[in-house]
Design a protein around this ligand. Structure first.
Ligand code: GTP
Ligand code: MG
Length: 453
């Protein structure tokens, strides 16, 4: 089954390019440390998901590119064309002359209705190229105006017109010391509206990825391209093919559907994060060897201590003892900053993958009490190595990881709202104070639900 990627705004388009490039490079890496037949099956599965039939032998990304100004789309098209590996369909792009000026209301209420028909037509054409459609992967930032406002509008249109297809939004959380003064307004409007119309929100924080670039990759002058490559690597480690079930050699057909089934058991909890291990510069990689036991021990501690990367993991955080009454368990959780999960999916790729022991992720103490660990934990595997790593693991987690950052963003937006700063820029385009209040209420409920796990 295929996935259509929607690239929205500057951020969505720049990340989208890196994602397709990472997927393509990995699937065409000649060895992948497995036999030729297996490599070909992996490649075919990746292609069915993300690329349509070849034009003169060049695969075409299953993507629709949207921005309200032409510059980034033109750059993105030309980068792909110059890669000589794959390209975009020039007819699957929509752009205008003027962006949304970091105003969510302008993207949502002006650009949205005005361009809905043209954009939905492009999406419809892309869908017709798929033999079978798994769903949509929608990449956008939440701080700007186009990706966030128009992206939210288009996600709602997809809900109406493709009600049987899944929608997962890849959302970029802005830097805490952000460049956009109204980023907290744009963020709460995006999240609250998507909470109603999307099936899952996969969230990456720019601050966290920036640190990975600095600490793990040793990059000195960090650019968006560096950040986007890390992001693309993480997404590739999730979305590249894996076996359909334990013991099978066939590749999974419906990755988006399986992901939702494994990770989103309740509509109140749809925020997902990705962590992966190992992640390091090529220089360091040349001197490193890994065992599954070591990788999984670190990945589990990253999960429970809510660390975004291997460096600086807090090894003092331990799961609460079982049998404690819920209230004291909550108190201990808070004190030790233990990150409780709803559900986790571990994805393993590489040599001896069937020998990896995942017992540590099945401990009931890691999960909320209302789901049994057997329903809350899943594993996907493939013998095929990913990227340049002989063994690697990714973790997609639905957990408390974002409750605090969300709480902070809601708080900051609320303080600004209380003084009525910049509100007129939103009411001018039909987003009323009432809409803000609805957004605050919905997100406060989400925060409380996650805190109370
Ligand atoms: N990770 C990452 N973040 C980006 C990138 N480009 C912009 N951002 C972030 O996205 C937010 C700004 O949103 P943009 O995507 O630039 O805005 P837009 O959707 O083009 O909307 P308008 O320019 O207002 O029309 C800020 O939080 C930036 O930090 C990128 O290439 N990668
Ligand atoms: Mg822009």
């Amino acid at each position: 089954m295929s996935i259509i990627t929607l690239q929205l705004g500057q951020c969505g388009n720049q990340i989208g390019f890196e994602v397709f490039d990472a997927l393509f490079r990995d699937s065409h890496c000649p060895h992948g440390l497995c036999c030729k037949r297996e490599n070909e099956a992996y490649q075919a599965s990746c292609k069915e998901r993300f690329f349509s039939e070849q034009e003169h032998g060049v695969p075409i990304a299953r993507a629709v590119l949207v921005d309200m100004e032409p510059k980034v789309i033109n750059q993105t098209l030309s980068k792909a064309a110059h890669s000589d590996r794959w390209k975009y369909d020039q007819h699957s792009c929509f752009c205008q002359k003027q962006g949304s000026g970091n105003n969510w209301a302008y993207g949502y209420s002006v650009h949205g209705p005005r361009h809905e028909e043209s954009i939905m037509n492009l999406i419809q054409k892309e869908a017709e190229k798929c033999d079978s459609l798994s769903g949509f992967f929608i990449i956008m930032s939440m701080a700007g105006g186009t990706g966030s406002g128009l992206g939210t509008f288009i996600t709602q249109s997809l809900q109406d017109q493709f009600s049987d297809s899944l929608k997962m939004n890849q959302i970029i959380w802005p830097y805490g010391t952000g460049e956009v003064i109204v980023q907290n307004y744009n963020s709460i409007l995006t999240l609250s509206h998507l909470y109603r119309s999307s099936d899952a929100l996969l969230i990456h924080e720019n601050d966290a990825i920036h640190k990975i670039c600095a600490k793990l990759m040793n990059i000195k002058q960090i650019s968006f391209s560096d950040i986007n490559r890390i992001l693309a690597h993480q997404l590739g480690s999730v979305f590249q093919p894996t076996y359909s079930e334990e013991g099978s050699r066939y590749y999974r057909r419906n990755p988006l559907g399986d992901l939702m089934e494994n990770l989103v058991p309740h509509p109140e909890f749809k925020m997902l994060s990705v962590r992966n291990i190992p992640q390091m510069s090529e220089n360091s990689l040349a001197y490193s060897t890994f065992t599954w036991a070591g990788l999984l021990k670190h990945l589990r501690q990253m999960l429970i201590s809510n660390a975004k990367m291997e460096e600086g993991i807090d090894w003092h955080v331990r799961p609460p003892l079982s049998g404690l009454p819920t209230l004291s368990k909550m108190a201990i959780n808070k004190e030790l900053r233990f990150n409780t999960s709803i559900a986790n999916l571990v994805i393993l790729r590489g040599r001896d993958v069937h020998s990896a022991d995942l017992g540590g992720f099945k401990d009931p103490a890691l999960y909320t009490s209302w789901l049994k660990p057997v329903d809350a934990f899943s594993v996907w595997r493939t013998q095929r190595a990913f990227s340049k790593y002989e063994k690697s693991a990714a973790l997609v987690s639905n957990s408390q990881f974002l409750a605090k950052p969300l709480d902070m963003i809601v708080d900051k937006a609320w303080n600004m709202f209380a003084s009525k700063a910049y509100i007129h820029q939103y009411t001018k385009f039909g987003i009323e104070e009432e809409d803000f209040l609805d957004s605050f209420t919905l997100l406060e409920q989400v925060i409380a639900s996650y805190y109370n796990l």
